[in-house]
Design a protein. Structure first.
Length: 523
């Protein structure tokens, strides 16, 4: 299967690091890692998982927390990814989604909490008040967990709302801590913070968005401050910035900083920034790993809709990826890549030629591709920026319209609903859906065969039975053309979807069906 390359690499890496039960020679005793999972607040409505990866090799114990503030998802996502990194020595403890309800609702505070306890990161003990105890169930459970685990290092992953370097707040307003490393300055922490800042800033091109060092220490009653002053641990808060930056960019920044930290502490021996999921095992309960493109040229709301459409699929792991993630080291961990609505040309410009080649190679080697609207333009074989994955010509260009002048033919007006009908082949892919259905449409590609060299003919899965027309030359050009097509590219499978089922009430599960179809072809 197409994830064999990554699985083999990851298995060998884990075997080398952890000493799993593979042959290393008779009489050679190698440590075996211990993986433990549990629930913080087990049995409570807000319970949230923790993960302990003990290498059984002497080294530091590091705790990473994410999602203490629910409107700061990058830290939670990064922590969830970092927990899969191969630990060579020491113990890595991760609590990715501390404020789980807040993350689910995208709200900073603990939902339905008393006002004085709603900000979870102000509920921890303070060295200035020895009698102060953690406030609220979540803070109490997390604090007890920290005390029990006794880590030497605590890294709390957060996000600010503006870039600290360029933020100029109004008088009386507090400056945002976005894109910073917050720590209490001492020689050990300062040297590490400088290293983290140096490496992550290499990935930031805008000087106003560079990371800064804030050595004044975390605020009182935060988890990091309490860990530092009450428990006498090394502690840092890592802050990205959620305004003006997509989620995958911020998540990768967190991974980049933690990669530096864990390597400097000797806990990992290889660059792990590109590791975003667990290595595949052959235990028969494999997850389908789906990457969703979420960067320039892609509608952020569309990426959210795609993820929501896949969330109910219990055998699916979803990761949001940006242009910097369009590289073999990341893509080889996936089963399927989904590009959603927006602008196909801008998506192509964002991923660049190297990213485009990485995507093509991923599919050619057996990966699946699902393109929706803008992503369907992207995978076509029509434009000079196309990925040329499926043999589709696009009805486009300009026509002279009386009283208007030249009009682009791909523009068909505001969002509407059009009727599509499944073909016989489409009924096998979308078996749980009506033969005819109304689906949201917003300027998706109108396609026909391209006869592109090296590409096989596509198979129509659904046909447009009504159309949207903005200008007279468009009339009759949409009806009876394919709305959804599939095609082979190398060893991989592609499904190109012109309309928006992920944004149509009741049709959202069509995305999961499409994902399953491009995976099934390789079972």
């Amino acid at each position: 299967m197409f994830r064999h390359t990554f699985r083999t690499f990851a298995f060998c890496l884990f075997a080398t690091v952890f000493g799993t039960d593979v042959g290393f020679g008779q009489g050679l005793a190698t440590p075996v890692s211990r993986l433990e999972t549990g629930m913080l607040g087990a049995g409570r409505p807000w319970q949230t998982p923790y993960y302990i990866n003990d290498s059984n090799v002497d080294g530091p114990t590091v705790l990473i927390t994410g999602g203490i503030h629910g409107n700061e998802p990058a830290g939670a996502r990064a922590a969830e990814q970092i927990r899969h990194w191969p630990i060579a020595r020491g113990k890595l403890i991760v609590v990715p989604r501390v404020n789980r309800f807040g993350l689910d609702r995208n709200t900073r505070f603990i939902p339905n909490s008393m006002d004085e306890q709603k900000d979870l990161n102000r509920n921890f003990p303070s060295s200035e008040d020895p009698s102060r105890l953690p406030r609220g169930e979540i803070a109490s459970a997390l604090w007890d967990f920290v005390v029990e685990q006794d880590p030497q290092w605590v890294f709390d992953l957060h996000e600010g709302y503006e870039f600290n370097r360029s933020h100029q707040p109004k008088a009386g307003k507090e400056k945002s801590v976005g894109s910073s490393v917050i720590y209490a300055k001492n020689e050990t922490l300062h040297e590490l913070a400088q290293s983290m800042q140096l490496v992550v800033n290499r990935t930031v091109t805008n000087p106003d968005r560079k990371f800064v060092l804030l050595g004044r220490g975390p605020k009182l009653t935060t988890l990091a401050n309490a860990s530092r002053t009450v428990l006498r641990k090394n502690a840092m808060i890592l802050e990205t910035t959620y305004n003006f930056q997509r989620l995958p960019t911020r998540t990768r920044q967190h991974r980049t900083m933690m990669d530096v930290a864990l390597r400097r502490l000797g806990m990992i021996e290889v660059d792990c920034v590109d590791v975003v999921v667990a290595p595949r095992t052959d235990d028969g309960d494999a997850q389908v790993v789906v990457g969703i493109y979420d960067d320039s040229g892609c509608s952020e709301g569309g990426a959210n809709n795609i993820e929501l459409a896949l969330r109910d699929s219990h055998q699916t792991t979803v990761v949001r990826l940006g242009s910097r993630d369009m590289r073999p080291q990341v893509l080889d961990q996936l089963d399927v890549m989904v590009f959603g609505g927006g602008s196909g040309s801008k998506q192509a410009a964002s991923i660049g030629k190297e990213g485009a080649e990485a995507v093509r190679s991923f599919v050619a080697a057996g990966g699946g591709y699902v393109g929706i609207c803008g992503g369907a333009y992207l995978c076509s074989a029509y434009y000079d920026w196309s990925l040329n994955l499926v043999d589709t010509h696009v009805f486009t260009g300009s026509r002279d319209v009386e009283g208007h002048g030249p009009a682009p033919m791909w523009v068909r007006g505001e969002t509407t609903h059009v009727e599509v009908q499944l073909t016989d082949e489409g009924r096998t892919v979308f078996a749980d859906f009506p033969d005819r259905m109304k689906v949201k449409y917003h300027n998706g590609p109108i396609v026909s065969p391209r006869l592109f060299p090296g590409l096989t003919p596509y198979t129509p899965l659904a046909i447009y039975r009504s159309e949207q027309v903005l200008h007279p030359p468009q009339k009759g050009t949409m009806i009876d053309t394919p709305a959804i097509v599939s095609g082979k590219f190398g060893e991989g499978q592609v499904i190109s979807i012109s309309p928006h089922p992920e944004a149509t009430a009741g049709l959202e599960p069509m995305i999961a069906a499409a994902v399953n179809a491009v995976v099934r072809s390789h079972d």
